[in-house]
Design a protein around this ligand. Structure first.
Ligand SMILES: NC(=O)c1ccc[n+]([C@@H]2O[C@H](COP(=O)([O-])OP(=O)(O)OC[C@H]3O[C@@H](n4cnc5c(N)ncnc54)[C@H](O)[C@@H]3O)[C@@H](O)[C@H]2O)c1
Length: 463
């Protein structure tokens, strides 16, 4: 539980001043967090975006939140915004490949920064962020909300407790269903130059979880990947004559299972459709377009400095959404899975229906019977993780955290560099050493794991 350092509900006289750059759907979490939940100690002093329509919308959101309406700035006026509004912290929620530009300029101007995942999309930009952070001494936070989801924190607790001893290998398989998975093929994510592909954009969450769960730093990566589902050929195999340009004008919208109706969703309409004229950002491009260059099927083998190995897969066209992960330890095996109920704006449904009881945690000792463990739970988005993360970010004195879930640029680098190495491996077919990308990786802060001595199993007789 978080403890308030202030006696009354009146705003603190020393509220931290925040600016947000990138005013799409994800920024809403932070704007509402500042203006509604944490208004006593946080204040939004400026908003900035390349799309003037979304700047206006964010300002209207402030009015709806009952907050002071901050001035809005065009992307080209970012430096002016820093100069005029003097934020303490800049929150970066633009599309992935532009994060580095704002992070670097804000740190150079003396601000702390908070960035959405992935921290950035390639090794050169990652190097520039690490170097600027070192030189300026500013604080850089990467918001890995998945760490805060209660069952994933519980897995961390079990591994820290030594329940299965030392983890020697991990099998981790993540599935995106065709509501959520398809959405990455509709817009900017569909091009590697914008997102780094799903090995970076999406898998940064997953690689960060493994790095943090194990308290380890990745060493080498070899990968395979292909795009075989979101293709023009697949559209024709499904009996469509397309691909076409976008859902809104699609002549086959009544026949296509991937049709997205932007007008049916007030949120999508006001955020994207109503602002298309400013920048041509179509939120509903055809998922079968030939120009897409990201993979929909990926596998990677990763080695870590602890000696542990990871076998990972990501599939973006599945019937259900969620994951299975298994840790093979010196004292036993920990199995964990989640079937997620992903709601997607514009379809107004959950693919496969809402799943109750979708979280499983099971320990199987080397000797003796396996047992299920009641999963921890909390209310809210991303399994309650978003709310806990916002408290950790905005409270003036966050609750002590034995799992060290707050991540900085070191953890941000360790996760994206696995995906960046995987991309390089796709190009070359070779095993890629992570240290060849940006030099020696800085060790993130990890909570202590059981020692090797504590992790030894009881001597066992042959059976
Ligand atoms: N942690 C999570 O679970 C989670 C969930 C969703 C999105 N995200 C991340 O949040 C970020 C934003 O995602 P989103 O879904 O809101 O995308 P979005 O497309 O809805 O919004 C991006 C916004 O940034 C603006 N923008 C793009 N390039 C810009 C630039 N160079 N300068 C200024 N503004 C620019 C766009 O106009 C748009 O308003 C991404 O990095 C994404 O990976 C994280």
């Amino acid at each position: 539980m978080s403890v308030s350092p202030f006696p009354s509900s009146a705003p603190s006289p020393h509220r931290r001043r925040y600016a947000i750059v990138g005013l799409g759907s994800r920024h809403e979490l932070y704007q509402d967090g500042i203006e509604k939940t944490h208004a006593r100690w946080a204040e939004l002093v400026a908003v900035c975006d390349s799309n003037p329509g979304r700047v206006d919308l964010a300002r209207r959101r402030s009015a709806q939140n009952g907050a002071h309406v901050p001035p809005g700035y065009a992307a080209l006026d970012f430096a002016l915004m820093l100069q005029e509004r003097r934020p303490d912290v800049v929150i970066v929620t633009t599309s992935d490949s532009s994060h580095h530009d704002y992070l670097i300029r804000a740190m150079e101007a003396g601000c702390d920064v908070i960035t959405e995942k992935p921290m950035t999309t390639d090794a050169e930009k990652c190097h520039q962020i690490l170097e600027t952070r070192r030189r300026t001494g500013r604080h850089c936070r990467v918001t890995f909300n998945y760490r805060y989801s209660p069952p994933r924190s519980q897995v961390k607790e079990l591994l820290m407790s030594g329940e299965i001893g030392e983890v020697l290998s991990v099998d981790f398989h993540w599935l995106l269903n065709t509501h959520h998975g398809a959405d990455y093929f509709r817009r900017w994510h569909a091009h590697k130059k914008n997102s780094g592909g799903l090995f970076v954009h999406k898998a940064t969450h997953h690689f960060d979880l493994v790095n943090w769960w194990l308290g380890a730093v990745p060493v080498s990566v070899v990968a395979t990947g292909k795009r075989e589902f979101y293709t023009p050929a697949m559209a024709r195999r499904m009996g469509l004559s397309g691909p076409h340009q976008r859902c809104r004008t699609c002549p086959e919208k009544d026949r296509c299972g991937f049709y997205m109706n932007l007008e049916a969703s007030p949120g999508l309409k006001s955020l994207y459709l109503d602002n298309e004229s400013h920048d041509g950002y179509w939120r509903d491009r055809c998922v079968f377009r030939p120009d897409i260059d990201i993979e929909d099927t990926m596998n990677a083998l990763v080695t870590y400095d602890t000696g542990a190995t990871l076998s990972y897969s990501l599939n973006a066209f599945n019937a259900w959404e969620g994951y299975t992960v298994a840790f093979n330890g010196t004292k036993g095996r920990l199995e964990h899975s989640i079937v997620e109920s992903v709601y997607l704006n514009g379809t107004e449904t959950v693919q496969g229906g809402v799943v109750e009881d979708g979280v499983k945690i099971r320990v199987i000792p080397l000797r003796g019977s396996g047992y299920d463990i009641e999963p921890w739970s909390a209310e809210g988005d991303h399994g309650g993780g978003d709310r806990l993360m916002l408290e950790d970010i905005f409270l003036p004195v966050p609750a002590p955290d034995k799992y060290l879930r707050a991540a900085d640029e070191r953890a941000g680098a360790c996760s994206i560099l696995v995906g960046i190495a995987a991309n390089r491996s796709l190009e070359t077919g070779a095993i890629v050493q992570v240290s060849d990308l940006v030099g020696a990786l800085p060790q993130p802060d990890y909570a202590p794991m059981p020692s090797r001595q504590e992790s030894l199993p009881m001597p066992m007789r042959p059976v």
